[in-house]
Design a protein around this ligand. Sequence first.
Ligand SMILES: [Zn+2]
Ligand SMILES: [Zn+2]
Length: 340
Amino acid sequence: MIVQREAETKGSRQKISFFMAAMQTDTSISRRGDPEIQTESSITPRKPRDFGRLLGQQVLELLLPSTCRMCDQCVPAGQDFCVECLQQLQSSEHLMQFACIRCGRPGAGPIATAAHEEPAVGCPSCRRQRYPFDRCIALWSYDSLVRNAVVASKYGNQIALADALGRRLGARIGQVWSRQQTRELANGTHAESNATRPATAGDIQDWSAPDFITSVPSHLWRRVQRGAGGSRVLAKSVARFLRSRWPSAVHTNLMSATRQIKKQAWLGEKDRISNVQGAFRVSTGGLRSGFRGRQRRPLDGKHVLLIDDVMTTGATAGENARVLKQAGACRVTVAVVARA
Ligand SMILES: [Zn+2]
Ligand SMILES: [Zn+2]
C-alpha cells in the first residue's frame, strides 16, 4: 500500500516532523494546505514569539523537503499533496459535489442544484431510510487512493496524514455551509447570522453553526494498538480549520466507547447495526462546568458536528447520533472523509 510504504520510508524524517508538529501552534499547522482552501487563519500575521518556531520550520523544510502525504513525492513547501494525487482527489471531490446532503451518497443529490432552489430531502436511495443523524457531508468517494489514505490515517504513525485529511474535510464542510447560506440568502430565509441563531430540531435546511465538534470514538484498546490517530485527529483538525468561521463551536471528545466492537468492514449490513448497538455513550464530564445543571440533559438543544473517517452503511454514525440525541442534541451533522 502506497501510504503504508510512505510510513516505512520516511523514518527519521517523520520523527522530526512529529516533533515539529508537537511544537507547532494551530496557526502554523493550518499554513500547510492547498491554495484553494486557504483560510483566514492561514493569513493571520504571526506574533513575534512565533518567529523562532517559524525559523525552525523553514530550516527543517530546507533540510527535509516537504513530501506528498499520499505518495512521498517531493512537493513545494506548504502543499499537502503532489499534482498527481491532487488531481485524483479533486476528481473525487467533484463527484461529491453531487452527493446527497442527507446520506452523503455520491452522485445522488440535490446539492448541485442552483443557489435559489431548495434541496430535496434525501435521494432515491435514502428517502425511505431513517437515520438518527440529520445530514451527511462527505469529502471523497471511498475508492483506490482515498481508501489507502483513510486506512493509513487510522494509525498513530500517520498523524500528519490524518491532519491533512482533517483540514481538507474542514474546507469541504465550510464550502457546503457557505453554499447553503447562499441558498438561504437567495430564498430570504437567512434572517440572522448562522453563528448566533439557535438550532431548530428536525430542520434539515437550518444551517446554523454547530455547538460542538466531536468524533466517533474508538475503544481504548484499539487506540493503544493503533496509536493516537484516526477520527480524533481528524476532528481536531476540522475544528482548528473552522475556528475562524465558528469561534463559539467547542471541540471536545463528547463520545466514548463502552466496549470493543468487531471491525464493521468484516460484517454485513444487519450485523453492523447489532455490532454497534449500545457501544457508545456521551461523556459529559468535560461539559459540566459549562452547563452547571441548568439543563435537563447535557446537550439539550445543541447541534453536534460528528466527524468520522468513512461511512459505509451509516450504522456507526447512526448509533452515535442516536446516543447524542438521547442526551438532548437537536441536530447531528455527520462529516466523513470518505463515503463508500
Ligand atoms: Zn502524491
Ligand atoms: Zn441520500
